[in-house]
Design a protein around this ligand. Structure first.
Ligand code: ZN
Length: 409
């Protein structure tokens, strides 16, 4: 499917540093050294509700990764999926009495609009689960042939014990895995499985649910993890630089995906690093569909909030920490945007080469966006207080904020 239009990334003088970032698999900071084309896969939405701030915070983190890479004069190959058939989508469509495909189409279009407004760089490939089915089926067949998968009453399961590296992405112990499997779409209680953690690769057709031709697998639909593996292997191949998503994807989703791919290719690793963004909360609870405590990007935009302010609200929090959204967070971002715009609107100002270096250093250091914002705040305050004689400075600040933070001043 088509993605969304790209906003232009202005060129900056010199080049940025290589990105050091927290890798969940090693549990520490790693310096990423991609080739001339950096490869990143970020898990996409299940389109049954519009983009909430939790989604936006995750995509903001991985947008920064790309902006840092672009600033090192690399190209970026970014792939994102859309889980356009899955239980939560079907359940929502049933609840609302609507066709699931029209619900998905509407929400995907809203997501594109939100991403465009927030100036998130679009993926080169934006691929739906349904359109990936012809690529998924042969992978499931290969896993069956290789003994890494098995059939259970017409469904096909992946055998986590087939991958010697299983568990290395999340690093969780067995009890935690079992608990998270039950909470996050797995079925550890189902009798007949070889290991309670084994995830489904292919679900045989169920009455009243959509299904597709799976060739020798029979009619049915794909599991969630194999969907992302098929799309990532198809477009990026093994050993790509970053597998990204929210921290709730580390297990089971990214753990299972890595194991699927490693069993399929007999290569390791699936991704060279696994990067996870924190969760956004509201009123003391994680923002989630099941709790119904969502703040939608589209709703804020309808209320007249500048998308640049929404982006600044996200950037004011380190991507890795969990944080709480409040109206004060947004008010602060609105005020900051106004201060920055006023500062760059003047024909001259204090020199800004130092600022560019500070923003680059902050982002290269595990995407420390709050430190980058503080640096721009500092320049804007100096501009307001003392001004300056550098006629190139306001333009350079504008381009720095646009290219590295994705905010148009
Ligand atoms: Zn995924």
């Amino acid at each position: 499917m088509h993605a969304w239009p790209a906003s232009e990334v202005p060129a900056l003088p010199g080049r940025g540093r290589d990105l050091r970032i927290h890798d969940t698999a090693t549990g520490g900071l790693v310096t990423l050294t991609p080739g001339p084309v950096a490869r990143i896969y970020v898990c996409g939405i299940t389109p049954y509700d519009a983009t909430h701030l939790g989604h936006a915070a995750t995509y903001n983190a991985f947008d920064l990764v790309q902006r840092v890479w672009l600033d090192t004069k690399r190209q970026v190959h970014y792939v994102q999926n859309v889980t356009d058939v899955d239980d939560p989508l079907l359940e929502r469509a049933e609840r609302d009495g609507v066709d699931y495909t029209s619900l998905a189409e509407r929400e995907i279009e809203l997501f594109r609009t939100d991403m465009t407004a927030l100036r998130m760089l679009p993926p080169r490939e934006f691929v739906g689960a349904v359109e990936a089915i012809p690529r998924i089926v042969p992978l499931v067949e290969r896993l069956l042939e290789g003994g890494s998968a098995y059939e259970l009453e017409g469904d096909v399961y992946f055998s986590v014990d087939a991958d010697p590296h299983f568990g290395e992405v999340s690093g969780y112990d067995a009890a935690t895995m079992r608990q998270l499997s039950a909470e996050r779409g797995g079925d550890p209680e189902r009798p007949g499985k070889k290991n309670p953690l084994d995830p489904m690769l292919w679900m045989a057709a169920r009455p009243g649910e959509p299904d597709w031709d799976g060739g020798p697998l029979g009619r049915g639909r794909p599991g969630w993890h194999i969907e992302c593996v098929a799309i990532a292997l198809d477009h990026l191949g093994m050993g790509f630089d970053v597998q990204g998503g929210g921290s709730d994807l580390a297990f089971p989703h990214h753990e299972m995906g890595a194991s699927h791919a490693q069993c399929l290719t007999r290569e390791h690793p699936f991704a060279r690093s696994y990067v996870h963004a924190g969760m956004v909360g509201l009123d003391g609870e994680k923002m989630s569909k099941s709790r119904g405590n969502l703040v939608f990007v589209s709703r804020l935009r309808e209320q007249g909030v500048d998308p640049g302010a929404i982006r600044l609200a996200l950037l004011a929090h380190h991507y890795r920490g969990d944080w709480e959204y409040t109206t004060a967070v947004l008010d602060e971002a609105v005020a900051r945007l106004a201060r920055w715009r006023a500062a760059v609107a003047r024909p001259e100002g204090p020199e800004a080469d130092t600022l560019l270096r500070q923003v680059r250093d902050a982002l290269a250091d595990d995407l420390n966006a709050p430190a980058a914002l503080a640096a721009v705040d500092g320049w804007a305050a100096l501009q307001e207080r003392e001004g300056g004689r550098d006629t190139g400075a306001p333009g350079l600040v504008s381009r720095t904020v646009d290219a590295l933070l994705g905010v148009a001043l």
